[in-house]
Design a protein around this ligand. Structure first.
Ligand SMILES: [Ca+2]
Length: 130
């Protein structure tokens, strides 16, 4: 389900990927303003990048086990005071209906043209190995 969030003071939001899952993620931007993005929890920083490009730029990618209990996404776009996030997620379930994998997508708008290309972040995580 798509949710819309206005980023307020603190400029961070929870990321509902369970502890112990393995995740891979990718991030880019194609916009005028410099964006700062950090994906982290109480034990680990997974992504900590600053970038600006109006042309398609190579994705920043990463992967790793989710170490902590409460992952968060911190965004800052210093040139913008009006950051809107569109967030969506999809679960993959096993034979018993339990969640075994999740994909989350975050797209961000920092101006009034509503093209949602200011931050593009995708995270896919799964529970089991072997
Ligand atoms: Ca925009």
């Amino acid at each position: 389900m798509e949710t819309r969030l206005k980023l307020t003071v603190g400029r961070e939001l929870p990321v509902e990927i369970p502890q112990g899952y393995y995740m891979c993620f990718s991030f880019t931007t194609q916009a005028a303003n410099k964006v700062y993005i950090k994906l982290y929890d109480e034990t680990t920083v997974y992504l900590d990048e600053e970038r600006q490009s109006t042309e398609p730029a190579p994705m920043v990618t990463g992967d790793g086990y989710v170490q902590g209990e409460a992952m968060r996404l911190k965004l800052d776009i210093p040139a913008s005071s009006n950051i809107e996030i569109r967030k969506n997620s999809w679960d993959i379930t096993g034979p018993g209906g339990e969640v075994i994998a999740r994909t989350m997508v975050f797209l961000v708008e920092d101006y009034i043209d509503y093209d949602y290309n200011d931050v593009i972040l995708t995270i896919t995580a799964w529970k089991e190995k072997g």
